[in-house]
Design a protein around this ligand. Structure first.
Ligand code: ADP
Length: 191
């Protein structure tokens, strides 16, 4: 199973990614988590990524693409993977097509979590209090929403045209949303 989980910041991708990936026995690969781990460890990648993350901007494609390429080459991703937070730009879509095609596989499905804009802001402000993520301040949250609308939301239409899109209502309890994702994925043929 090779699937993507998309949706705006605050849609609950990270939370759902873990449940869905466990269910299918594939790794959940979150670019945001990998960047944050590198920042915490002070690696060269973390140092490079941090200023973009702190501003709410995307890390440059070359940096992100090579990081994902390396991660997908790990043996645990051979049977499949769930990508959370990648691709987010047209160049990343193209790169991912190349990575997947190279192995003779294809993407199976793209799940998009939809959440009311008001609810997104509430969730991120809540998360700011509980998790203390450096990029959950009001200005940066606003910038992340803008960048998503400009650069990433259009990719949803692209995957819709490819017939890969499954839209899932991301409002409500975590468990309810997980169940909706499983119900929606019930009919997806796995490659
Ligand atoms: P969000 O909830 O804002 O979607 P993430 O944890 O997924 O947060 O990502 C945090 C930050 O990491 C992003 O704002 C961006 O700077 C960087 N990042 C994550 N994924 C990507 C990507 N695919 N391309 C570029 N930058 C990324």
């Amino acid at each position: 199973m090779r699937l993507l989980l998309m949706g705006p910041p605050g849609a609950g991708k990270g939370t759902q990614a873990r449940h869905v990936a466990d269910h299918f026995g594939v790794p959940a690969i979150s670019t945001g988590d990998i960047f944050r781990a590198n920042v915490a460890d002070g690696t060269p990648l973390g140092v490079e990524a941090q200023r973009f993350m702190d501003a709410g901007d995307y890390v440059p494609d070359e940096v992100t693409n090579s990081m994902v390429r390396n991660r997908i080459d790990e043996p645990d991703a051979e049977p499949g993977f769930l990508l959370d937070g990648y691709p987010r730009t047209p160049a990343q879509v193209e790169e991912l097509d190349g990575m997947v095609g190279h192995t003779g596989h294809k993407l199976d499905v793209v799940v998009v979590l939809t959440v009311d804009p008001e609810e997104l802001v509430q969730r991120l402000l809540q998360r700011a209090e509980t998790d203390g993520r450096a990029d959950d301040t009001e200005d940066v949250v606003r910038r992340r929403q803008e960048v998503y609308a400009e650069q990433t939301a259009p990719l949803i239409e692209l995957y819709r045209e490819r017939g890969l899109l499954v839209e899932v209502d991301g409002m409500g309890e975590v468990g309810e949303v997980t169940q909706r994702i499983f119900d929606a994925l019930g009919d997806v043929p796995q490659s």
